[in-house]
Design a protein around this ligand. Structure first.
Ligand code: MOS
Length: 745
């Protein structure tokens, strides 16, 4: 039996059993009678035109039903706005099969639909396509001369432009006694959740659609389908209760959704389209970014001037942006700053949010520069951070809603044994291995979006809560159940949370570490409304227990409304439902962020990360032997699932710093390692001692829960901490991710 209150308890995932037994069904697992299978054909050139597609031979294959191309695509929505989903940047969203133009390598150009997956795939493999080629560019480094300011769009609140310049950066930088400058590069990364992208569109007898989609937003996919295909949104139901990893890849409707729905509507049959692993490299990616920093300090180590400039990739058709250069002055006070963010248009698909988009990029440069500055000052890197600790956010001139970063530094350093570090590079050894200690700071914004939720009590006294939100593996089901349970003083076993379904009340896309604050607040609001409704109904029953008692004088506890001062006076919730003829008593309510209050504060989760590496002196092989991440993220609703989020971010940090990169051949404009054999990620043997600390942090501002979200903060600080540890071990500063052994030889 779970303890009360549930918030703060390490409750195990409620869906854990169904996941490990294989009972949980993912978007590609729903089988219906007469299901057809679609397989996508992707362009093999980078830019140009399709001259011909010969579908005849494919159509004669046994079991092949249809081949869709731009030539027989149905007429669809016309305006860009109709294709713009909740995460669409400014520009013109990509439309599959729109016309004969090829705008990136791997662009979907045809869908073969057959009775079996195998026949669809075979048909796709023999489809004859001829092209005419045009000149293209996919090389960021070669093109930054053409960089320009991005257009800003609807999501500017969540992806704000760089802060305005302050003071006189150039003058003060040049006059300061201590100066550091660096250029940082990280390559393209592609989403590779274990579950591939798949959509099963069920064509219902009445022509309505039930769509099982791999997505981070059921309502986002629902509205996209409605807008693009001209359907009433009530005739489209999108279901996605289990998502096998998303990390941002499902924030936008992907082309398999479009193709599956298009084929189902045209053929009036149910159709599944699943992408294969190599096709994961044909949409959305973390953009390669080149960053330049110049930081200056006075001789005591106080920062005087900071410049951070980033050049990032975008596509020819959308201005995808990230928040890369806004962090330095949020973390460190400096009176003179100049922050710039510029985009370079290349012949690639639009980049896409990938866990800690922008933050993990920007902090790589900022925290490596701070490390370099500490050596120039001959000052401990932690001491330098403490000396330049921002009590307020000087980038925007606001206080923080809460900030226990100092405790992160202290508790993290203590747990790690930072005091044992010899400050001299190459001074620590273990056998033939050089040992290095590195540290870095992490920061990630704590935002909230509007959402609705439903809450009801059924005849058995169970609390039924509902939201359209997904659970992308983060623990949303469990955490929302805990939040609802505490609203009624119930055990989590007595709460049923229905989610991952567009027919439930509205929730926005699940991303940006915003789901606990967004959907959790909506659930609190719905539960509060339900409590009032139940109390009113109980009073109307003329029950003696509540005679002369006000709402403010009662508690909801263990299935009862209890008079606080006289706990022997209570009404059972089941009794109230029975008096309602056994019909569930339910209500919906919504929550919106308190914008006017919130905008007076900067709201962010912080972290301090400490890393030990061993570097083989002869071979250059880097091993992350130990790491501690200390996180301040407000109230931690579930320390078990939250810890898993941070651990996942720490594993990914090792991947980002040392392994992961999609390599382009810019002569072909093509990604060359489109599989998990050559797209390197850490394996079990690469992961050693990882430790997570949650620091106490009381936040009365950020939202009613006081919780900031922990999805991304685990991936922000650790990559630079690894680079800094490699420097400490070897005396070599490698400003490029991933760091490969040959760079150290
Ligand atoms: Mo978030 S970018 O959806 O991990």
């Amino acid at each position: 039996m779970a303890l009360l209150p549930s918030i703060g308890q390490p409750v195990s995932r409620l869906e854990g059993h169904s996941k490990v037994t294989g009972e949980a069904r993912y978007s590609g697992d729903y089988n219906v009678a007469g299901l057809l299978f679609g397989y996508v054909v992707n362009a093999t050139i980078t830019k140009g035109k399709i001259l011909s597609i010969n579908t005849e031979a494919v159509k004669t294959l046994p079991g092949v039903i249809e081949v869709f191309t731009h030539e027989n695509r149905p007429a669809l929505a016309w305006f860009d706005l109709q294709y713009a989903d909740m995460d669409a940047p400014p520009g013109s969203p990509f439309r599959p099969l729109q016309n004969d133009k090829i705008v990136y390598n791997g662009q979907p150009i045809a869908l073969v639909v057959a009775e079996t997956f195998e026949m669809a795939r075979y048909g796709a493999s023999i489809l004859e396509v001829t092209y005419s080629n045009e000149a293209f560019s996919t090389d960021l480094a070669a093109s930054i001369i053409e960089a320009r300011a991005p257009k800003m769009g609807l999501a500017t609140a969540l992806k704000p432009p760089p802060p305005k310049p302050k003071g006189d950066f150039d003058k003060v930088f040049n006059e300061s006694p201590v100066q550091v400058a660096g250029e940082y590069y990280h390559g393209t990364e592609h989403h590779n959740p274990i579950e591939l992208f798949s959509t099963t569109t069920v064509y219902e007898p009445d022509g309505k659609l039930t769509v099982y989609d791999k997505t981070q937003g059921t309502v986002n996919s629902q509205l996209y389908i409605g807008n693009v295909f001209g359907l009433h949104y009530k005739d489209v139901r999108v279901i996605s209760p289990y998502v096998g990893g998303a990390f941002g890849s499902g924030l936008r409707p992907q082309y398999q959704l479009f193709l599956s729905v298009m084929a189902a509507l045209e053929l009036k049959r149910s159709v599944r389209v699943t992408l294969d692993r190599s096709q994961m490299y044909t949409f959305g990616h973390r953009p390669p970014t080149i960053q330049q920093t110049r930081f200056a300090a006075d001789s005591s180590g106080k920062l005087t001037a900071m410049n951070h400039t980033a050049f990032a990739e975008t596509s020819m058709f959308e201005d995808y942006t990230e928040v890369v250069v806004n962090w330095a002055n949020m973390l460190y006070p400096a009176p003179n700053t100049k922050m710039e963010y510029k985009l370079v248009e290349l012949d690639v698909f639009s980049p896409l949010d990938m866990r800690a988009p922008g933050g993990s990029t920007g902090l790589h440069a900022i925290e490596s520069t701070m490390d370099e500055l500490s050596y120039q000052l001959k000052m401990d890197p932690l001491e330098l951070r403490l000396l330049n600790y921002a009590e307020t956010d000087e980038s925007l001139g606001r206080p923080f809603s809460s900030k226990e970063l100092r405790q992160c530094y202290m508790q993290g350093a203590e747990k790690f044994g930072w005091a044992n570090r010899n400050p001299e590079p190459r001074s620590m050894r273990r056998g033939n291995k050089l040992v290095g200690y590195g540290m870095a700071t992490g920061i990630w914004e704590a935002n909230q979006l509007p959402a609705r939720a439903q809450a009801g009590i059924d005849k058995d006294g169970r609390l039924l809560v509902g939201s359209a939100v997904t659970d992308i593996g983060t623990g949303t089901l469990t955490v929302m159940t805990q939040i609802a349970a505490d609203e009624f003083g119930m055990r989590v076993e007595d709460v049923i949370f229905s989610y991952g379904d567009s027919k439930e009340p509205f929730a926005p896309i699940q991303g940006g570490s915003m789901t606990v604050s967004t959907v959790g607040s909506a659930i609190k609001a719905a539960c509060a409304a339900l409590r009032k409704k139940l109390f009113k109904k109980a009073r109307a029953m003329n029950n003696a227990a509540l005679k002369g008692v006000d709402y403010k004088d009662v508690d909801f506890k263990e299935g009862r409304i209890v008079v606080r001062e006289k706990p022997d006076r209570f009404v059972n919730l089941t009794g109230i439902v029975a008096a309602n003829k056994g019909r569930m008593i339910e209500t919906t309510n919504f929550s919106v962020p308190h914008v006017f209050k919130l905008k007076k504060y900067s709201r962010a989760a912080h972290s301090a990360v400490f890393v030990e590496v061993e570097v083989d002196e002869e071979l250059g092989i880097i091993n992350v032997t130990r790491a501690v991440t200390a996180v301040a993220a407000g109230k931690i609703i579930n320390p078990k699932t939250a810890r898993s989020q941070i651990l996942g971010g720490m594993v990914w940090s090792i991947s980002k710093a040392l392994r992961e990169e999609t390599i382009s051949d810019h002569r072909l404009g093509k990604y060359m390692n489109q599989n998990l054999a050559e797209y390197h990620i850490p394996v079990h043997a690469d992961i050693h001692d990882l430790d997570v600390i949650f620091v106490e942090e009381d936040d009365q501002v950020v939202n009613e829960l006081g919780s900031k979200g922990v999805g991304e903060i685990g991936l922000v600080g650790m990559p630079p901490a690894i680079a800094n540890a490699v420097y400490h071990a070897t005396g070599k500063r490698i400003n490029q991710f991933p760091i490969h052994f040959d760079m150290l030889l």
